[in-house]
Structure formats: C-alpha cells, structure tokens
Design a binder for this molecule. Sequence first.
Ligand code: AMP
Length: 193
Amino acid sequence: MLHDESGLPHISSDDILRGEVKNNTEFGKKIKAYMDRGEIGPADMIAEVVLAHIGKQCPHGFILDGFPRALIQAEMLGMAHSLNAVILLDVPENAILQRITGRRTCSACSRIYHVAVNPPRKEGICDECGGELFHRSDDNAETVKNRIRVYADDTKPLIEYYEKKGLLRRIDGSCDTQSIYRNVAAVLGKNSA
Ligand code: AMP
C-alpha cells in the first residue's frame, strides 16, 4: 500500500533472498537452510546483497521490509544511506502466529493473502496477476516460533538503537490492515512535513 501510494520501491529482503534460492546461486545455496529454520545466518553477507539492490533501484528513496534485522546490518545500512523513519509494527505473538501460518504468497508478484482473513477470489490464484499462490516452507508454526525467538535475540536490540537516533515510530499492528496503513502513512506524513 505504501508503495502504491508513494511510488517508492518496496525492497523486501525476503524476496531478494528467496530469489537467490530460486535461482540456485552459490549464495542461495548457502542461505537456504537458515531461511528454512527462520534464522538470520551470515548477517553481513546478506546486508551486502540487500544494499546492492537498494543502490540499483532507488534514486528517490525506498521502503525497506525485513531489513535490517541485526545490529551489524543496521550499521552497514547507516553507512550507506540516511533514513527518514523506522516503523515498529507492534503485534502480539498469537496474532503473528495466526497471520503467518495462514499466509499465502503469489509466486509471480509476491502479493500476500491469508486463507481466512483475506482469501483470493479463486483459491490458489492471485487476484492481481493470476500467478499461483504458495505456502512458504518457513510459514509453519514451528519455524514461526523460532523466528520469534531469533527476533528477540537479534532484532529487538534495534528498537533501542533507532530510538536513540530519534527514528523509531511505534505503530499498533494488532488492528486491520487499513487502520495500520493509515497510521503508518500519518506518521510518515508528519515526518516529511
Ligand atoms: P521474512 O519474510 O522477512 O520473515 O524473512 C524470511 C526469512 O528470510 C527469515 O527468517 C531469514 O531466514 C531470512 N531473512 C530475511 N531478511 C533477512 C535479513 N535482513 N537478514 C538475514 N536473514 C534474513
């Protein structure tokens, strides 16, 4: 939604890494097992790959999603780019589990659906582009619980890191997508004012 509104590229580290795995690159082979377990893996090498994508596509800015998720990545990002804001979507663990295990992703355009809350018009097919939907192998309950543990160990320290820089914006992520979007857009609007 932010991308549609602002026209800025949406850079998802997961899409980038999944692309490497799909293309069976040497790097993709290295990171696949980490991704299947919901772990961070070689954080600095992953940062280099994500930063190279930002460099290529973003003369007017970018929306980062899933990155940074470790202190080293935040430091590497900070050396390459300045940020306007860092959005923390605050969601209770049970809602995270329910959302992610029911998630379906379009294999062609990466659009996200949910089997119960936001199903496609035709089962298994993307409304937007007709691509086939798939259930990510790491979107199962066991891996999601591990991803939450990894978040607590490696990513949570970034809250304080960005708070100290005055960049952190907390958003209640427990409500519906429209409300979350409005709140994020309002915070970013104030930011650019
Ligand atoms: P996500 O869809 O953002 O939860 O990412 C799925 C998986 O991709 C994670 O569980 C990690 O294994 C990997 N991944 C995504 N972003 C990063 C990152 N910034 N650093 C390291 N691994 C990542």
